[in-house]
Write a protein that binds this ligand. Sequence first.
Ligand SMILES: [Zn+2]
Length: 50
Amino acid sequence: MAEEKKPVKKKKVVKPYEKRRACPKCGPGVSLAEHKERRSCGKCGYSEKK
Ligand SMILES: [Zn+2]
């Protein structure tokens, strides 16, 4: 009996974790929220232009 060809397993492409900028005020534990033109911290309100 011929062996059935195994379907090629699709390699799951793992996206490299998007590095988020940490809030300079709150520290590395708090990342800034991404906006179109800026990033902002929801904790302290810090924001910076991209
Ligand atoms: Zn902050």
